[in-house]
Design a protein around this ligand. Structure first.
Ligand code: SAH
Length: 368
């Protein structure tokens, strides 16, 4: 049988032309979207990386200039009732020594952070039943009273809508909850049966409805992740429209069932940061600690790829090593002030500027 190109010699020429015309970066920058097939090609090749980084940096500078926002991270408990297969502080890991900060210790971290110029505090923990809603509300109110001009971000995992509402009324403004993966089958491969993707998504939409500024995101290169999973992640984020999107490479931890899986790739993480900046020009995108752990210049590369937030650690030095989601976590030995100074220098060396401000996500009004 004759193929179409044998009877239509011009068809070949047209195919070559459309191949040449395939310019996903321009299309992304102009339309803020891409069809699945184009995303698949873009994610699977390094051939557009230079153009992608340049376009992402242009977009980021048009919306946020050279500003980089600080979030002071306080990891107040590593006790967790969940058993996520990738996470070093999973309930089943009996080798980690567990800690909880007291309310006074948490407030002391905030006071130290405030003096260093932090205006956003992120309180993160495992899903620790000892921190009841009443206790969380007391802590949030105390921070709200003492640091009225600060944003309070919580990252405590999955809770009921009533709980989220109570924290919001107590004074919390933001909530970080990565969806981890938006693909149902992949979610099952990363979590035990007791956890449900549906519930995690429910939490995120509840948080938005209550009025929180919401942060979501996923790990890059988590075990069994495919390009189609990543496309599902991007589509989910397009439906959720979060104010912040946090991504970082998966990194192994020896005391988990996934100990033998390799870390996520630096190039793919940076490619995704740029892609996110172009899909979501107004998003706050952190250059994460996991990225800095994967590569000594990881966070700087993340900023150059389109990220505009850094989250130095304000936890007391004695507990930092214990909040071990993955191995070889950086910045576990430094005092808060050292972290602040070190990051400000790194950000400046990358060509950006740390600013002391609450750093709200800009609204999609005057598009660049
Ligand atoms: N209990 C909170 C906080 C979880 S820890 C919650 O459920 O949201 C914060 C994030 O660290 C997780 O959402 C996950 O994306 C990331 N993380 C956990 N284990 C990791 C690993 N091994 N490598 C890289 N990132 C990891």
């Amino acid at each position: 049988m004759e193929s179409k190109k044998d009877i239509d010699p011009a068809g070949d020429e047209r195919a070559r032309h459309s191949e040449k015309a395939f310019d996903p970066v321009n299309q992304l920058a102009q339309t803020r979207d891409l069809p699945a097939e184009a995303l698949r090609r873009l994610l699977g090749s390094d051939q557009w990386d230079a153009a992608l980084t340049a376009a992402a940096d242009r977009t980021r500078r048009a919306v946020y200039g050279d500003e980089v926002y600080l979030r002071g991270l306080i990891e107040f408990s590593n006790v967790c009732r969940n058993n996520c297969y990738y996470c070093g502080i999973r309930a089943g890991n009996q080798t980690v020594s567990r800690y909880r900060l007291t309310e006074q210790e948490i407030l002391a971290c905030c006071a130290e952070g405030y003096a260093l110029g932090f205006r956003t505090f992120v309180l993160q923990s495992g899903e620790d039943p000892a921190f009841t809603d009443a206790k969380i509300c007391r802590i949030v109110s105390a921070i709200r009273d003492r640091f009225a001009d600060c944003a309070i971000t919580l990252s405590l995992g999955e809770k009921s809508k009533e709980s989220y509402r109570a924290y919001f009324r107590a004074g919390a403004n933001r909530y970080l909850l990565r969806h981890e993966t938006a693909n149902e089958a992949h979610y099952r491969q990363l979590h035990p049966q007791t956890m449900r993707l549906f519930n995690r998504k429910r939490c995120l939409f509840d948080l938005k409805e209550i009025g929180y500024q919401v942060g979501s995101g996923f790990m890059v290169g988590s075990p069994y992740q495919t390009t189609d999973c990543l496309i599902d992640d991007l589509r989910f984020l397009q439906a959720l429209r979060p104010e912040m999107i946090g991504i970082g490479p998966y990194l192994p931890h020896k005391a988990t069932p996934f100990a033998a899986f390799p870390p996520g790739s630096l190039a793919l993480t940076l490619r995704l940061i740029s892609l996110l900046r172009l899909l979501f020009p107004y998003a706050l995108i952190p250059a994460t600690t996991a990225l800095g752990t994967l590569h000594p210049q990881g966070r700087e590369l993340g900023l150059k790829a389109g990220a505009n937030v850094v989250m130095p650690n304000l936890s007391p030095v004695r507990v930092r090593r214990l909040y071990e989601l993955y191995e070889n976590k950086i910045c576990t030995g430094e005092e808060a002030a050292q972290c602040r100074g070190c990051l400000a220098r790194r950000v400046a060396a990358a060509g950006y500027r740390v600013v002391t401000a609450v750093g709200n996500a800009k609204k999609e009004t005057n598009a660049p």
